[in-house]
Design a protein around this ligand. Structure first.
Ligand code: ATP
Ligand code: MG
Length: 249
């Protein structure tokens, strides 16, 4: 059984087809990357998966459930977590409190007491390595630390699938390498599937993902194991605007 299945999903904005008849699956515990040039439809695809807006056509299945008409909060409760491109922690709340908020609103949220949520937060603070910042206001953290808190907050919701929007935007190569190791560690220890949008950072895609989906003009161009996808002539053409054999022409 797949964890998530998108079946012929289409989304239009007026006359523009932002996502065009896209079908793919995500398996339990796998790490997949969605890439593609600007305007390809990646963010729209993300928003369709987690229910920010409904699909115009097609179906979305999560485990065995048809979630096509479910709003975002219902999908979150079923185990779809996400991180945002620009983390916006509650600045005056502590790191621990910010993460505990995730635990309170997560899959088991309704049965989670404040004490339990704080305890769960500590587990994820250990995981992200920010123990010494536990009781500090989140507003004072560096951008990369905020990103880690954002990941911990999402993990505290106990997702089966974690959608990471531009997980590594603006990071230097050293931070990217560390983040790649960290994301793989999360998958291994938490046993969840991860879909990462890692725009234009092929170093991260190659190091992180087992499978890559390439989108182009709303359509799914390629769905292949990473090495195959990154050397696929169609993908190179989309990124360079010409076939590879024309490179010296
Ligand atoms: N809310 C919206 N209203 C109208 N058009 C939109 C909306 N969101 C996206 N679009 C359009 O849909 C297309 C796909 O956009 P989307 O943001 O999904 O692409 P993307 O692959 O995430 O691009 P980028 O790499 O620039 O983030 C674009 O042409 C965009 O202008
Ligand atoms: Mg985008």
């Amino acid at each position: 059984m797949s964890l998530l299945r998108c079946e012929n999903v289409t989304k239009r904005f007026g006359g523009l087809v932002a996502v065009d008849d896209v079908t793919f699956e995500i398996k339990h515990g796998e790490i997949m990357a969605i890439v593609g040039p600007n305007g390809a439809g990646k963010t729209t695809m993300f928003n369709l998966i987690n229910g920010v807006f409904p699909a115009d056509e097609g179906k979305i299945w999560f485990e065995d459930m048809d979630v096509t008409d479910f709003p975002a909060y219902k999908r979150a409760h079923l185990g779809m977590g996400r991180t945002f491109q620009i983390p916006r922690p509650f600045s005056s709340a502590t790191v621990q409190e910010n993460i505990a908020i995730g635990a309170m609103f997560g899959a088991s949220g309704s049965e989670t007491s404040t004490d339990m949520a704080m305890e769960m937060a500590d587990h994820y603070i250990d995981l992200i390595g920010l123990k010494e910042h536990r009781d500090k206001p989140a507003g004072g953290l560096t951008p990369i630390e905020k990103k880690l808190v954002e990941i911990a907050r999402a993990l505290a919701m106990k997702p089966k699938l974690l959608l990471m929007d531009e997980a590594m935007a603006g990071m230097n190569p050293k931070d990217i390498d560390e983040m790649v190791v960290f994301i793989k560690h999360i998958r291994d220890t938490e046993g969840i599937a991860i879909v990462a949008m890692v725009e234009h950072i092929m170093r991260a895609v190659a190091g992180l993902a087992e499978r890559v989906i390439v989108m182009h003009q709303g359509a799914l161009l390629v769905d292949e194991p990473t090495q195959k996808a990154l050397t696929d002539p169609r993908v190179i053409e989309v990124y360079l605007g010409k076939p590879p054999e024309d490179e010296h022409a």
